[in-house]
Design a protein around this ligand. Structure first.
Ligand SMILES: Cc1cc2nc3c(=O)[nH]c(=O)nc-3n(C[C@H](O)[C@H](O)[C@H](O)COP(=O)(O)OP(=O)(O)OC[C@H]3O[C@@H](n4cnc5c(N)ncnc54)[C@H](O)[C@@H]3O)c2cc1C
Length: 373
């Protein structure tokens, strides 16, 4: 009969648990995975943070300096484990919350083992990138090649000597395409529906994340113009290789689609050297080929769908009015969605999600502290 229950022992859940503790509020964290940082443990091998170490740590316990500027996946996991230990956070692993229902003055939670829990206050921190989404492409059920979502991709080993189509030029798609090209795939195509915004991870030591933070307050049009100008200076023209310049400004896409730009960790080089071949958007599948929007088709051995995620929150709650049409909570990050119900980790910003959850953890903990009788 905990007073506060947090769902998810990722960065957001751990940070808010530590902040609550600092305010003298005990809480229990329920985590479906076998340990903290389950999402990060499952990400691909070559992954380093795209955000700088100093701006990616959680409150009151920075990421150790020896992890370097661009923190490796495994070091981030080590950091989150150390964070949970440092603040003695009570994490109950192997516990999936399946449903959350409002009661008279408590929230009741149905767990996967059939038991129930209840709490006066619930913080949902189950991750913005929760449920891998593969579009329902026509013909997909007939496809006989390999299909995996980027969330399942680990490294290029299984694709050595294979023709691979990566779908979606976001950060994961671009980096996986590079990984495959370096890792011995016979050919790598990258299907592009909307041309991406591409930025250099850092220019003369100055990280793109800082530009986002310092200039993010500019009016949309001014920001869009500035970002387009910087992209023209920093990123070679990829139109001769099949990647158009984006039609819509960066800040406009951030506002309308929660879009963040692609950080170049090799894709520009690989497209220019034709190790990665941009192709049109995926239209449909047959048993052995993939038809593209430009009328051509490709016959890859494997398709990796870097096609994004859904929050999965509608499966947890009956009350659909809690969420917008994309499944993101209407109230999150410090504002209670309902009395005793908070969501955090759903604000996509140019400053990075880890930095954002660090900020939100203080806001949510303060709101919970203030709401206590
Ligand atoms: C490839 C990739 C690279 C990224 N790189 C960066 C970066 O460089 N910088 C940055 O700031 N951000 C980055 N991000 C964004 C990243 O998702 C966030 O920074 C961070 O993981 C968000 O933490 P979170 O706690 O909100 O979500 P998560 O880390 O996803 O944690 C959610 C936790 O909730 C658990 N859970 C889910 N559902 C349930 C349930 N029903 N019951 C119990 N437990 C549940 C999960 O197992 C998980 O442990 C990246 C994301 C991806 C996919």
């Amino acid at each position: 009969m905990g007073d506060v229950i947090v769902l998810g022992a990722g960065a957001a859940g751990l940070a808010v648990a530590a902040q609550l503790k600092a305010r003298g509020v005990d809480c229990e964290v329920l985590e479906r995975g076998p340990g903290v940082a389950t999402s990060w443990r499952g990400r691909y091998d070559r992954l380093h943070l795209h955000t700088v170490r100093r701006l990616s740590g959680l409150p009151d316990f920075p990421i150790p300096r020896e992890y370097g500027r661009w923190v490796r996946r495994d070091d981030l996991v080590r950091y989150l484990e150390a964070y949970a230990e440092r603040f003695e956070i009570d994490v109950r692993t192997g516990t999936t919350v399946q449903r959350i229902k409002p009661g008279a003055d408590r929230w009741s939670m149905q767990l996967d083992d059939g038991s129930e829990r209840s709490a006066r206050t619930v913080v949902v921190a189950t991750g913005y990138l929760h449920t891998p989404v593969v579009p329902p492409w026509p013909g997909l059920p007939t496809w006989t090649g390999t299909l995996m979502h980027s969330a399942q991709y680990r490294n290029a080993e299984p694709f050595r000597g294979k023709d691979v189509l990566v779908v979606g030029p976001g950060n994961s798609g671009a980096e996986i395409a590079t990984d495959l090209a370096e890792g011995g795939a016979a050919s790598v195509s990258l299907a592009i529906r909307t041309p991406p915004h591409i930025v250099r991870r850092a220019t003369a030591g100055w990280p793109a994340q800082l530009n986002g933070l310092l200039l993010g307050g500019l009016p949309e049009r001014a920001f869009n113009t500035m970002a387009a100008g910087m992209a023209r200076m920093e990123i070679p023209d990829l139109r001769p290789y099949g990647i158009d310049r984006p039609a819509e400004g960066l800040k406009t896409r951030l506002r309308t689609q929660r879009y963040v730009p692609v950080q170049d960790v090799g894709i520009v080089r690989d497209v220019r050297s034709r190790r990665v071949r941009p192709v049109g958007a995926v239209q449909s599948f047959t048993a052995t080929s993939v038809l593209l929007a430009d009328g051509t088709s490709v016959r890859p051995d494997a398709v990796i769908a870097a096609t994004g995620y859904a929050t999965g929150l509608r499966d947890l709650f009956e009350d659909a009015s809690l969420f917008d049409e994309t499944g993101v909570p209407r109230a999150h990050g410090g504002a209670a969605a309902r009395p005793g119900l908070y969501f955090m980790g759903y604000d996509v910003t140019l400053g990075g999600m880890l930095r954002q959850v660090a900020i939100e953890s203080r806001l949510v903990a303060r709101a919970i502290g203030n709401a206590r009788p």
